[in-house]
Every structure is written in C-alpha cells, then in structure tokens.
Write a protein that binds this ligand. Structure first.
Ligand SMILES: [Cu+2]
Length: 175
C-alpha cells in the first residue's frame, strides 16, 4: 500500500516535471512552403509589398537569373527557391544583395567563416541591401526591400563557401 502511494506520488512529480519542461507540440519548420521573412542581418526599411521576382538555385551552383532590372527605389520581393536535392550542409544557397563598391573578396572571405550566421557576414551588415535565409533542398524564402535609389549595377551572390567563386552571382541593374 505504502509503496503504491509512493509510486503514485513519484508519477505525479514526473508528470509535472514534464509539464514544466514543456512536452507540448514542437514548432515545425516548413520545408516546402514559401516563407516571407526579413533579411537576417539587415536593418533597413522593409516595404509591405513589392514586385515579385523569382529565382531558383541548384546543385550546379547557379542562379536561374543572372540579371534583374529594377527602377531606382522600387519595392521588390525577391523569392529564391533551392531546386537542388543535395543537403543544406554541403549545398545550401542564399541570395544576398550588396551595396556598390564593396570589396567582394573581403566580403566573401568573411562570409565563408560566418557559419553561425548562415554565412551572412555580420561585420558587413551595413553593406547588405537584402538577404534571404540559407536554404536547403526544396526550401524557398522571400525577402522584401527597396532597390537602391542610385542607378547602377549591384552584385548579388550566394555566400555559401565557394559558390561565388564558381559563378553563383548576378547583377541587379537599377535604372
Ligand atoms: Cu549557393
């Protein structure tokens, strides 16, 4: 009798411990549904909507579009979809638009050591106009931003180590 009630007390304690540590439903990451987020390392004004521009990235380390045209100051909503099948750890992709005049060698070198921030170099955040999340196979992300007000050619790239060097880049032409 005594043992039994002890067991019950123990069980009750165990249950409340679980309740405290949280056994509730876990938040699941959507892997296929497009998500709209603000850029991870950018603190700029974000338009509530923008002209949709869609690109894909693949296992061959190429963007489907290597040139995007926009009007100065235009609100854009760029969606990148990773249509590859290789794991994110070895073949992740993102889309990062940088300011004109940035030393890309330094930028890319710093990006390659920024694994903790998904290869978006925090030290260069002021040079980043927009950036999607780092995407695994089948994932997509949309980033909204205002195109620069100054006409010119702005480089975008994937900052996953080695991808820029093999040509995973393009140009936003602001007119
Ligand atoms: Cu890439």
């Amino acid at each position: 009798m005594n043992t039994k009630s002890h067991a019950l007390v123990f069980l009750a304690a165990l249950c409340s411990a679980f309740a405290l540590t949280g056994c509730g439903p876990k938040k699941e990451e959507a892997t296929t549904a497009p998500s709209t987020t603000e850029a991870p390392a950018v603190s700029r004004e974000v338009p509530s909507e923008g002209r949709a521009v869609e690109l894909t990235a693949n296992d061959a380390m190429k963007f489907s579009e290597t040139e995007i045209r926009a009007k100065a100051g235009e609100a854009l909503a760029v969606t990148l979809k990773n249509v590859g099948t290789m794991p994110k750890m070895s073949m992740g992709h993102n889309w990062v638009l940088v300011e004109a005049g940035v030393d890309l060698n330094v930028f890319v070198s710093d990006a390659s050591t920024s694994a903790k921030t998904d290869f978006v170099p925090a030290a260069h955040k002021n040079q980043i106009i927009a950036a999607t999340k780092l995407l695994g196979p089948g994932e997509s992300d949309t980033v909204r931003f205002y195109a620069p007000t100054k006409p010119g050619r702005y480089i975008y790239l994937c900052t996953f180590p080695g991808h820029f060097q093999v040509g995973m880049k393009g140009i936003l032409v602001v007119e």
